[in-house]
Design a protein. Sequence first.
Length: 231
Amino acid sequence: MRMRLPAERPTEPPTGYKIAHPVLSQDGTRAGFTGVSLGGALPYGVLDDAACVYGRRHRPPARLCDCGFHCVHDATAAEALLCTAEYRRAVLLEVSVLGAYIRFERGFRYARQRVRTATVGPCDCGAGAAGLADAGWGRPGWRVLLPVCGSCARGRTSVSLAGFARLAGEGLRMARGAGAAAAPSGGLAVEDECGVPELAAEAALLQARLDWFQTQLARLGESGDRGGDQG
């Protein structure tokens, strides 16, 4: 006789934690996330259904497959993955486990999820992140992003944290993790959550881009002056 696992009927969706890379669509109109392991080939939205990465027609999470979204029960366990070199620029997600799920000792494998909060780390320079910028790699149709400060975002495709949340939709909340250095004098004031201060962050990103373009124009002007003198 085959033993059946006990069925759970929670009064509210379980909470889980995972890491992922934020992504921006090629046309800049949509935002989402992509996994760091098996599901990395399939970017997903804030509220989304899982699909079988092997292209099978069954509905995740199938017992004889490893498809479906994955998360762990403990935020500390997910944060520990951010210590590894290949995941340093990923973000920490707090998710609601929706639909059918299979419970394991350390986490869930499940059919549907809602990303509630995305927590970003500091910029590579150590300053608090003002936004997310092109990481230099991605998936077809999607640019992978990494946390950056206003200065390091110059000349790169970027979006503020508040802007990313608006593009992602579904009430996504963006937050900054602990341990980031204070913003340089004259830079951005780092806040714990998105809100009115994100307007300043967005303005700083725009100013950084403007400074970069002005520098390029100045160089072109100098080249033109030298060419005129030689003629």
